[in-house]
Design a protein around this ligand. Sequence first.
Ligand SMILES: Nc1ncnc2c1ncn2[C@@H]1O[C@H](COP(=O)(O)OP(=O)(O)OP(=O)(O)O)[C@@H](O)[C@H]1O
Ligand code: SF4
Ligand SMILES: [Mg+2]
Length: 323
Amino acid sequence: MRRQDTIVLRDLTKVFSLGLLGRKKIIAVDRVNLEIRSGEILNILGESGSGKSTIAKMVLRLLRPTKGEILFNNTNIWRMTKWKDIKEYYRRVQGVFQDPYSSFNPRRRVLDVLYDTLYNYFPEYREDKVSAKKYIAEALESVGLNINDIEGKYSHQLSGGQLQRASIARALLPKPSFIVADEPVSMVDASTRIDILNIFIDLKEEYGVSPIIIGHDYSLAYYASDRIVVLYKGQIVEEGPPEVLEDPAHPYTRLLKESVPLIDRKWSKKLEYSIGDIEVSRRGKGCIFADRCPFKKPICEQKEPPVINLGKSKVKCWLYASK
Ligand SMILES: Nc1ncnc2c1ncn2[C@@H]1O[C@H](COP(=O)(O)OP(=O)(O)OP(=O)(O)O)[C@@H](O)[C@H]1O
Ligand code: SF4
Ligand SMILES: [Mg+2]
């Protein structure tokens, strides 16, 4: 029986101060509430600037929230004081980033970096080099790489797809419960994107690792997910199973869907408007999508919409408030 781990985001908020005096404050992540259970692939979908990486960095304990909590199995990860607990959290919640070349020290051989990671979490392998090599070879095989393919090579001697696979293998070495993957396919060749997503699907099914995949591509989010969260200006506007993307309820998700060309369902063109920042002073004054919403009602500009449970999905919109 696999262990059940949970990450709970409670009112998670990040405000950045801009300008020399830090007077302009923008809300990158705005009171996000989310429960992530091991055993599922969660996809966080949003345009550029919607707060995806900021959430990932906070969950990976790289960026401190301004407000709110991140609970790992009921423990606030920012209240952990013992290095032992923090290290155990890092072991259980690993990260994979957009640019695999920036994830590997260019002066070290890729395989040596993998050994460092293994020894860091499981020092006993230092004394047993044969088992260490076997362990790493198995991790590489699970992402479709042969250890001989990377033996002796530096990161610049591997393709983007190979290196992204190696970085997923590295994330697997500590036997994590979750892998937070921030745009893991956006910098790899289009032809290998599905292969990389298939790896995440296999990791869930065969190794019990739960991927949290962050992306901006509508069709790829649909392809690899058990649950989808749609983010707009730092707020969750819709959340539900992947079918939500077939028949979205929130006007913003509908707009996203319409922007996907029907031929290949790829979101290849950018939306016509810029997403813009939301300033602290405007928060809570109404719906954040009101200035672009074709279904806007008077209340939408006056009061923040509630989150409505539609059964299969949840949606933050006044259109559903009376149902
Ligand atoms: N260190 C920072 N200082 C100030 N503002 C920041 C900082 N990091 C992010 N932001 C702002 O916070 C908002 C969310 O940024 P974030 O990087 O989380 O978006 P994203 O959804 O990951 O976008 P992309 O798809 O382009 O990666 C943006 O308005 C961004 O400009
Ligand atoms: S709350 Fe109003 S403005 Fe916002 S998405 Fe719903 S209908 Fe549109
Ligand atoms: Mg990002």
